[in-house]
Ligand binder design. Sequence first.
Ligand code: SF4
Ligand code: SF4
Length: 437
Amino acid sequence: MRLDDLNCIRCGLCLAVCPTYREILSETASPRGRAALARKGLEGELELSPNLFEQMYACFDCLACNDICPVGIRPADLAVEMRAVQEQLRPAAWKKTLFGGLIPKPRRMEFATLPLRLYEKLGLRRLVYALGLRNLLPRQLRDMESMLPHLPQRPLRQALPEITEANGKTRYRVGFFLGCAQSLLFAEESAATLRVLARNGCTVVTPKATVCCGMPALGYGRSDLAQEQARHNIELFERAQVEVNVTDCATCGSTLKDYGHLLADDNKWAARAAAFSSRVRDVSEFLMSIPLEKPQGRVEARVTYHDPCHLRRGQGVWQQPRALLQMIDGLEFVELPEADWCCGSAGSQLITHYETSLKVLKRKTDNLASTQADYIASGCPGCQMQLNLGVRRQGLDVQVVHPIALLDRAYRQESEVSRLRRNQEISHSTAKRKNDG
Ligand code: SF4
Ligand code: SF4
């Protein structure tokens, strides 16, 4: 990090877009404050104390300040870089264990999350709700339970074939990066992604040995571990010999697109990482770049859309998911006020900065309530879980879905539509025969 790059002109533009500043109203919780703390800390004017680093961890990494700063300070990146500085000064052993030994090991993660799947599979969850036992949990734990979607019986990684053939002729050979949360928590949505890709002429290769994209390690200052994960994933996708690397997770997508930058100083890997990143696409981005077949089925629902920060600002993808939803007949699209305002998830903020996370979420769900939507779509598992919680806390009758799940539903309705049409044609011709007779 170059200190010359930290010449903040104190214009205050970033204060208006920062979710933590808007809730806490303290300079140290703002992008400008964090930039000042970083500069003074690195110049030796302030002690690099745990309190200083705490302000860096209190950033939600929503990237809004990066976009608005007129002199290119990029306070969001700075907060993450400062976490890495802390790791160099005082490495925490638990981070190596968590981000190096558990999260990037798919089998261990599947084992660690088994109790959650059993909780759903054995009907315990239904029982806990029916008997009101949830209310006995401490508030934060109860909220964490509310975030959980309906959990799959088994991780998608185990259920998926390595190759999913295109329906009909192969037009594209696509690599699918199955994210950890998608496999463990949102398996049905990623299964929908594969159906939609196959429906549109893609033969999809899903390398089973992929590991975490690296975002959790990066977010906790361990870029060295994220680099190891990146090298592993790049090698796998090179072997798959695909034209494009698709993901349906906004966080994974923004990290995979950044592998070129992450490994830029590694002579052996820089070019390979840049080539890999250049082929990464969010699923909505990819689908809207090909001649996508309009679904013949309908989804009769009022739908709004929340922009994941790491999709809209991290990847510049915001028109494509909206366009994709608006292709569906029967679907009434309604724009969410402040759709690109952070939802308060930011990975683990509900655990580490509970009160602020809830306040940021409340702003989102107030906006959601004003739309009177039946569904809120969003292509990020973290946002979806946070929105699940918001909907339950506010008692809204809204379902949280991935946009691709609605598109998949419209495709799957096609067979129903053609069955009805066939029945109609048969009854018309029977009636005509009777009349003629
Ligand atoms: S990334 Fe978001 S939360 Fe963090 S300082 Fe910038 S605007 Fe605030
Ligand atoms: S927008 Fe940039 S220059 Fe303006 S106060 Fe914020 S960090 Fe400083």
